[in-house]
Design a protein around this ligand. Structure first.
Ligand code: BES
Ligand code: ZN
Ligand code: ZN
Length: 504
């Protein structure tokens, strides 16, 4: 994790290797910039002009100053035009650019002068929390398998935040929370980025167990034999082709208050999706280690929740399996029976996520009677096509719950976009030989939505929402703090935000 320190000194007094300031567009001549110029580089404003830097969002200039004894780099980072306020996402991306540039230029430390919380119309604590989260997320790299040292990146650039003494408490609290959240997000990304041979269902269940032990959460881990005995035909059916044992992991965070609400988070945990006998073409299989991103996010969110202690009961349920072809694999045409007794015709073994989630959702409803339930899954290519990499698909019919999730998405930085979810689509998952079919009717298309309707059969009356992260979990382009590709850890921040503010 990035070591953060707070100082009441100004950036002008710092001993760090670099200094970073933020400016609003067309408002470069602030006292701060002028002071920086007179201390280090009198031609700073002329240089900005020459570079056509006016403080545009996403733009940054880096100026090396000093003499042969000590070189310092000045970073001036644009936040764009301020109308009534500036969107906090602009700051996240600006910080992402800063951290990535520091890593590229091999600059190990920076003194930061943060813009005022009022610029974004947020609290100082939240601002500090977001800074800590995003700087840590931007610093993350998955390079442990690269043996050539020079190709590895310093993942711990040191940051010194210059603050007013009156703000110290709030900033400290925010940074502390941000550190906890970021640590979990990056841990989740690391699990996702690990090659599928290293992160099997048993391995991931082991990670959940370690977290439960460290933070005092109750945990149950069912193995394949128990899964079969319990009647979870979806999970057992998907795992049938694999040599790896499947697992069903349940983590419980419970508060003392008897009347506290309970929320269930359910995450898809396919540690590798080959498609099964309905084998994927090679190019589509390349990144399918990412297919446990939902489960990883749930386990990571549970780790944060155990530390930040919201006032609600949270249950995290993750069905974990591989999806592989073999002589024992489930075949197109097979009919499986789920935990709640419903049956499904498996027409395509590549639509496996909904099969394992079906059992987990039914289990959650029966054993925990949650007040709300949210599942998160890399479920359909259709969702990735519909929304691209910048929004997670949100589905459901409980508009209040969906609105709460939307807000948590915006506040946390994991934005979601609601898809239509009217009963018209329900007919798509009918089957002539079983209760339902695991792929949607071609005439209705809308693959993301019809997958959602498959899941709806397992939630009963529980207020439920479904997040499809197929587009947002992996290799997101053009967002500075995700640059370099790989896992994003999407969903951790959203679920934590949802849990922390549930009772408000
Ligand atoms: N894991 C995939 C979905 C996916 C695609 C995730 C791209 C991330 C990126 C899922 O199991 C799948 O294969 N879905 C099929 C469903 C179809 C057979 C109805 C799909 O989307 O093609
Ligand atoms: Zn699949
Ligand atoms: Zn899948």
């Amino acid at each position: 994790m990035i070591p953060f320190s707070l100082t009441e000194k100004s950036v002008l007094e710092t001993k760090k290797q670099s200094i970073a300031l933020f400016v609003e567009q067309d408002n470069l001549e602030t006292k701060e910039v002028k002071d920086l110029a007179s201390t280090y580089f009198p031609n700073l404003l002329a240089y900005c002009k020459q570079q056509e830097f006016t403080g545009q969002a996403g733009k940054m200039i880096a100026v090396p100053v000093g003499d042969e004894k000590k070189v310092k780099t000045l970073f001036i980072i644009g936040l764009g035009k301020k109308d009534k306020k500036i969107n906090i996402e602009t700051l996240r991306r600006a910080l992402g650019t800063l951290i990535k540039t520091m890593q590229r230029l091999k600059i190990d430390s920076c003194a930061l002068s943060l813009p005022s919380a009022n610029t974004f119309k947020v609290s100082k604590e939240y601002l500090a929390q977001q800074v800590a989260i995003i700087c840590n997320m931007a610093a993350y790299h998955f390079d442990e398998y690269i043996t050539e040292k020079s190709r590895r990146v310093n993942q711990k650039p040191e940051l010194e935040i210059c603050i007013k003494s009156a703000d110290k408490k709030e900033i400290q609290k925010g940074v502390g929370q941000g550190d906890i959240i970021a640590q979990a997000v990056n841990k989740v990304r690391h699990w996702i980025d690990l090659p599928p041979v290293a992160l099997t269902p048993t391995e991931l269940a082991g990670k959940a167990q370690a977290i439960a032990k460290e933070h005092g959460l109750a945990i149950k881990v069912f193995d394949e034999e128990q899964v079969k005995k319990m009647g979870m035909g979806g999970l057992a059916g998907v795992s049938a082709g694999s040599e790896q044992d499947c697992k069903f992991v349940i983590m419980e965070y419970k508060v003392k208050a008897k009347n506290a609400p309970t929320i269930a988070f359910v995450g898809k945990g396919i540690t590798f999706d080959s498609g099964g006998l309905s084998l994927k073409p090679p190019r589509y299989m390349e990144t399918m280690k990412e297919d446990m991103s939902g489960a990883a996010a749930v386990i990571g969110a549970m780790e944060v929740i155990a530390q930040l202690k919201p006032k609600v009961n949270i249950i995290g349920l993750t069905p974990l399996s591989e999806n592989l072809p073999s002589g024992k694999a489930t075949k197109p045409g097979d009919i499986i029976t789920f935990y709640n007794g419903l049956t499904a015709e498996v027409k395509n073994t590549d639509a496996e996520g909904r099969l394992i989630l079906a059992d987990a959702l039914a289990y959650a409803v029966k054993h925990y009677k949650p007040d709300a339930m949210l599942d998160i899954a890399t479920l359909t290519g259709a969702c990735a096509y519909a929304l691209g990499p910048f929004f997670t698909g949100l589905m459901g019919q409980h508009q209040d719950l969906l609105d709460t999730i939307k807000k948590a998405g915006d506040v946390s930085g994991d934005p979601v976009w609601q898809l239509p979810f009217t009963n018209d689509y329900k007919a798509a998952v009918k089957s002539s030989v079983a209760d339902i079919c695991n792929i949607g009717n071609e005439k209705i298309m809308a693959g993301a939505v019809t997958a959602g309707f498959f899941l709806q059969h397992f939630v009963g009356e529980t207020p439920w929402a479904h997040l499809d992260i197929a587009g947002t979990a992996f290799n997101v382009p053009d967002i500075s703090y995700y640059a370099g590709g790989g896992a994003t850890g999407v969903g951790v921040r959203l679920m934590v935000e949802l849990a922390m503010h549930w009772t408000e």
